[in-house]
Design a protein around this ligand. Structure first.
Ligand SMILES: [Cu+2]
Length: 498
């Protein structure tokens, strides 16, 4: 197994392992139209995803070797219907083992696509995925231990939309690609020849890898043409490590209607939102004034280089994205929206209530567990400048595929106290959604009380967790930090549900 991975890292991913040679984006802001990924209806007839390599035109005058599911970069948006089974085949045409993890799906571990479910080069994985959870925006990505960061960075990720035919839609926008728009936000760096730049050692391992160029649905700082009216944005932070603090340049307010596991009970009005790696949010934005507007992000507070000029660390790491002209200190452009009066928005009013929100009835917890996310690995030191596997841990135990860390009973509610002192980590649990009770002793805001499967925290947080799906010794569920460099370095544990 280890030999296979080493061979892979030295060979197929050479384009991802070069040192950063400083290029930055040559593509103009808003110069590329926002690509809308193809929508694949995964109900009724079987669908097929193929992990493939290809060439993607991110920059002017260069192409980039990249990976995707059935396309050169990222994958189609899969739409699943509650109450149906999705027949999905995943074929691996790459020279590396891959998986397809359905992030946020509530299914048994044997269907979850975690690290134990590697699809060998040339092999395929056929499953029938039962869809039984509220409407939500989820995603899928490769999850091979030790190289998840390289896989997702290379493009092995896509969005999932779960629709619930039983839940009334309250007049929300739902015309895919028109007034219901998927946005996969990532940061990428490029070498002078256009290839992806990526490093995974030293500070890039310690704090996670961040890059200087924002891409949305695989296009650099693109422009979306939207109807002159109310638009629903489904945002996925598909970055390895970068946390986005998003707001519109003209300070317009918007409404959050959903978090990871589905709708909030009511829309929440806000003028800025933080989205951590792997988190999803759904927003309603009003473009009826017909004015074009830029979406900005503030600097990532987890980034030790935020606020510094590029070229730090001896040129080993990309600097921060370029300062936005219309932004405050350290803010950079994510993308632009341009209203088009020829396009019609189906909805004009913000609903006061949302139907179909996941219910948060957990009952009393039967036990308390503590998880400490460590930026070290107990007695084992070193390795931080090398490949990085086994240098981080949870409760002082670095991830070991041959060790079951905890055993849960199906249907039992537990209180999980998670702790991390040195920086903020997005904590993710497979196979379920949890309720956030408290962060550092305080109640969380209303928009964080909706069920979630990723929670960004620093300090101490309390979660109510219940697993309703089976996970075995052979194929357990994972819990981990979703900074992918941390996860690959061992900040991951695994558990059974019996
Ligand atoms: Cu972390």
């Amino acid at each position: 197994m280890k030999l296979t991975r080493r061979t892979f890292l030295a060979g197929a991913s050479a384009g991802l392992a070069l040192p950063y040679l400083s290029k930055g984006a040559s593509a103009a802001i808003g110069g590329q139209p926002l690509p809308i990924p193809p929508l694949v209806e995964a109900s009724g007839s079987p669908i097929e995803l193929e992990a493939i390599g290809g060439q993607t035109g991110f920059l002017d005058g260069a192409t980039t070797a990249s990976w995707g599911y059935s396309q050169s970069y990222l994958g189609p948006v899969l739409r699943l219907k509650r109450g149906e089974q999705a027949h999905i085949g995943v074929a691996n045409r790459l020279s590396s083992p891959v998986t397809s993890h359905w992030h946020g799906m509530h299914v048994p571990a044997i269907l979850d696509g975690g690290p134990q479910l590697e699809i060998a080069p040339g092999a395929r994985w056929d499953i029938e995925l039962p869809v039984d959870q509220p409407a939500a925006t989820l995603w899928y990505h490769s999850h091979v231990h030790g190289i998840t960061a390289e896989h997702v960075y290379g493009g092995l990720a896509g969005m999932i939309i779960v629709d619930d035919p039983e839940a009334p839609n309250a007049g929300l926008p739902q015309t895919y690609g028109v007034d219901d728009i998927p946005l996969v936000i990532q940061d990428r760096a490029f070498n002078a020849d256009g290839s992806f730049a990526y490093v995974k050692r030293g500070p890039a391992l310690m704090h996670g890898f961040r890059a200087d160029t924002v891409v949305v649905n695989g296009a650099v700082r693109p422009q979306a043409s939207v109807p002159k009216g109310l638009v629903r944005l489904r945002l996925l932070n598909g970055s390895n490590a970068r946390i986005y603090h998003l707001r519109f340049a003209d300070n317009r307010a918007f409404h959050q209607i959903a978090s990871d596991a589905g709708f909030l009970p009511a829309p929440v009005r806000m003028d800025g939102i933080t989205v951590a790696p792997a988190e999803r949010v759904e927003l309603l934005v009003d473009f009826s004034d017909g004015k074009a507007v830029t979406l900005l992000s503030g600097p990532d507070f987890n980034d030790p280089m935020a606020g510094m000029m590029g070229g730090m660390m001896g040129g080993m790491l990309p600097g921060p994205p370029a300062q936005a002209e219309e932004g405050r200190d350290g803010e950079f452009v994510v993308m632009r929206f341009s209203p088009d009066r020829e396009k019609t928005a189906a909805s004009q009013t913000i609903p006061t209530r949302l139907e179909g929100a996941p219910t948060a009835e957990f009952g009393e917890s039967v036990r308390t567990r503590e998880f400490v996310l460590n930026m070290h690995a107990g007695g084992m030191g070193g390795g931080m400048m090398g490949g990085g596997m086994g240098v981080m841990s949870i409760n002082d135990a670095s991830y070991d595929p041959d060790r079951i860390d905890i055993r849960l009973q199906r249907g039992e509610t537990e209180l999980w106290r998670i702790r991390a002192d040195e920086m903020a980590h997005p904590f993710h649990v497979h196979g379920t959604a949890f309720k956030v009770l408290r962060l550092n002793g305080e109640d969380v805001p209303f928009e964080t009380t909706g069920l979630k499967d990723v929670f960004l925290f620093q300090g101490e947080a309390d979660l109510l967790v219940r697993l309703d799906h089976e996970a075995t010794d052979a194929v357990p569920f994972m819990l981990h930090c979703h900074i992918l460099e941390h996860e690959d370095a061992g900040m991951m544990a695994q558990f059974t549900v019996e």
